[in-house]
Design a protein around this ligand. Sequence first.
Ligand code: 0O2
Length: 219
Amino acid sequence: MEQFKRFKEEITRFLMMYKFALDSLETKIEILKEEFHFLHDYNPIEHTKSRLKSPESILNKMNRKGCDISFVSIRDKIKDIAGLRITCSFVSDIYRIREMLRSQSDLTILETKDYIEHPKPNGYQSLHLIVEVPVYMSDRQEKVCVEVQIRTIAMDFWASLEHKIFYKYNEAVPLRLLQELKEAADSAAALDKQMERLHNEIAEIKENHEASEIAKTKR
Ligand code: 0O2
């Protein structure tokens, strides 16, 4: 009983660090979002969602990877205990957010998986970053990894449906559905391209209009 109580305390403390890292990163994203909105009068971030992996899911992943279980090896092997998903309107916003994170001196991007440049064979698209975030505790500072997934609304729509289908069929999805999902992913990518083009065109019209208004006032 005493041993179980100690283990529960240890895992709570262990997961607390990841929660603090998420809180800190979410605050940074909120600041960037508000500042960007103020400067450019538009919002690159539609919404954010964070989650902490449950102890059960951490243990399952460690078993799947065939790793022995200790806090040190969990830290070392599982980089997505804390996850932050950022949904944007346009693909260019995804890379803009990555640059904004990259330029923060206390953050380090340890790993990048660009499934937009290189989509998965099933059609999955998203930009994944493993970001190291400093967490200041009462007696020490820890560097904690957070997995940041940045995607457009269309990519997110596709991924959440695909995830539901995958679990509904207990991972054995019929071939016809897999083909349709791939087609849907291609349509989502085409929609993202079209929306970006329209967005740029509107921005250009707005810029030209503002420039001609300024010219009028100078006359
Ligand atoms: P959850 O509940 O969303 O967190 P690794 O973590 O590096 O050992 P992997 O698969 O190489 O394993 O990592 P990767 O490629 O960075 O992907 C991890 C996460 O990306 C997944 O987390 C999903 O959230 C998302 N993802 C990756 N591929 C797909 C996909 O084909 N479809 C969907 N819908 N999501 C995907 P988890 O742990 O699976 O689940």
